[in-house]
Write a protein that binds this ligand. Structure first.
Ligand code: BYC
Length: 470
């Protein structure tokens, strides 16, 4: 593994300097990226010093460096985990054969599509969150937002490196397109649904980092199993950074929940909104929204694309090693499907069910997070439980998208759904109310009224640490 070269224009551990053509191509893409960042990245704050973590190596200890940095000066680097000598395909038709260091011609389109889809989500999320710096509930949260943003920028670099290095002219064109699509744009939208949804306030931001970033964890984990070794190695390192993003989401929601409980106890009639908080039923509606949008990101329940990606050794399962069988030829799994307008439980060929297999792992992980939020509610002595809705509820992708379901998973007609929609999903009035709470609180150690303070500062820093310099 070459040493990390942080003094180059593009910090990297891929020995970029040894390939002058690639280096020049990426150095030509760099100013386009910075232009995009300035135009579509966080609004304001670009000339302020922010206490950020920067990836500087892939060592387990000491991979990150913390210091004040202005966002446009952030050193977006290219880092791949070290090669594992003798690594072989862990699944699919090529199981047991040596992994590929180059893209096989027959899987070029398939791999490019996966990499482009992954890459597209990264700048999309930065675009979705670009106005949130105007209304952060504290300096701690403001800094976490920018940390998430710069790292999504680095994840874009990771995918662009793969496109430039392994996909020739097509790859370079795709890299340019990644900077040309725009979240929510009618003509040039981002590829996947959830990445075109507005993230217009901090409750949505916390739900996004809880649920949508968690899709990132599962998709990256599946790509980290890839037999295309450079993809596996780059995704493995991205997962290291991703953990903090989910921490921001889970603890963010947990603090909003805690504050709701505190306010319920203050006012015997339980009018949390009258006291400037976000009530638990409203939190449940945003949970329903972002969870269902994120479930869509796993694709259709029965998918030949998923089967092809698995067969090709391009995309595996979450922690493939835990499974006993890795070829999945002739194996089946029982799952709910829609047949003749009815939900039936039946056996589906395993390779075609792999989106659902990954989604099921994700659901279990989300449930653990909701369980922790419920512990907070119990700990405050409040009788209320948050819950994940059924995976059939409010779907836009896959077989459940053609029919309506309640959060409990009962099939209802579209009219009945429309009549009760406001009970289950945020209404315009909810949006207006949440937005009315979004006032910036930027005094050191201060916190907005609708959220509890963090349990501790970043890296054990004191509560009044100035995460963003005036
Ligand atoms: N929205 O066979 P199907 C992250 C399309 S998040 C719109 O059912 P497939 C992050 C699909 O493209 C992780 N379209 O599904 C988080 C296909 O279109 P074409 C991102 C959708 O292909 C927070 C058609 O429907 N990474 O990192 O097996 C912040 C039929 O597709 C959607 C990845 O997604 C949708 N939700 O699976 C920052 C990994 N779903 O090709 C970052 C790479 C499906 O027929 N991507 N379609 O025109 C993949 O593995 C797969 O593309 C998907 C879809 C899992 C997304």
């Amino acid at each position: 593994m070459p040493a990390v070269l942080t003094d180059e224009k593009i910090p990297n551990n891929v020995n970029l300097g040894s390939d002058k053509r690639l280096q020049r191509a990426l150095e030509a893409w760099q100013p386009q990226f910075i232009d995009w960042w300035k135009q579509m990245g966080p609004v304001g704050w670009q000339d302020r010093e922010i206490y950020l973590r920067t990836a500087v190596s892939v060592e387990t200890e000491g991979w990150a460096h913390f210091d004040y940095v202005k966002m446009p000066d952030y050193r977006w680097g290219i880092f791949l985990e070290p090669r594992q000598p003798g690594r072989t395909h862990g699944f699919g038709d090529f199981y047991g054969q040596p992994v590929w260091d180059e893209v096989p011609g027959e899987f070029r389109n398939l791999l490019r599509r996966l990499i482009v889809t992954q890459g597209d989500t990264e700048p999309a999320s930065v675009e979705q969150q670009r106005h949130l710096g105007a209304t952060a509930p504290s300096l701690y949260d403001l800094r976490n937002l920018f940390q998430v943003n710069v790292e999504e920028g680095r994840h874009l670099w990771a995918m662009v490196y793969l496109l430039h290095t392994y996909f020739g002219r097509d790859g370079r064109d795709e890299a340019d397109e990644l900077l040309a699509r725009r979240s929510g744009d009618a003509d040039k939208p981002r590829i996947l649904g959830a990445f075109n949804e507005p993230t217009s306030h901090w409750l949505s931001f916390f739900m996004f980092t809880m649920f949508t970033d968690r899709d990132g964890k599962y998709q990256l984990s599946a790509l980290a199993e890839s037999g295309f070794d450079p993809l596996a190695r780059t995704c493995r390192f991205m997962l290291t950074e991703e953990a903090h993003h989910m921490f921001v989401g889970e603890t963010g929601v947990q603090r909003v929940v805690k504050r709701a409980c505190e306010l319920m106890k203050q006012d015997p009639s339980g009018e949390v909104r009258a006291l400037g908080g976000i009530d638990l039923p409203t939190i449940q509606k945003y949970l329903n929204l972002w969870y269902s949008l994120s479930l869509d990101l796993f694709g259709g329940e029965v998918s030949s694309n998923a089967a092809d990606a698995f067969a090709a050794g391009a995309k595996g399962r979450f922690k493939e090693d835990r499974y006993a069988e890795h070829k999945l030829v002739g194996s089946h799994v029982a799952m709910d499907v829609l047949e003749g307008g009815q939900v039936v439980h039946k056996e589906i060929a395993m390779r075609n069910a792999l989106n659902e297999v990954l989604r099921t792992e994700y659901i279990k992980d989300c449930a653990r997070g909701v369980e922790r939020w419920n512990k907070t509610i119990q700990g405050e002595g409040i009788d209320f439980e948050l819950a994940l809705p059924s995976s059939k509820f409010h779907r836009q992708i896959g077989m459940w998208s053609t029919t309506s379901f309640t959060p409990h998973g009962e099939m209802i007609d579209a009219q009945a759904f429309a009549a009760r929609r406001g009970e289950w999903l945020p209404t315009e009035a909810d949006e207006r109310y949440i937005k009315s709470l979004m006032q910036p609180v930027y005094g050191p150690g201060q916190i907005a009224s609708w959220i509890a303070p963090p349990l501790k500062g970043l890296n054990g820093l004191p509560g009044d640490f100035v995460y963003v310099r005036p």
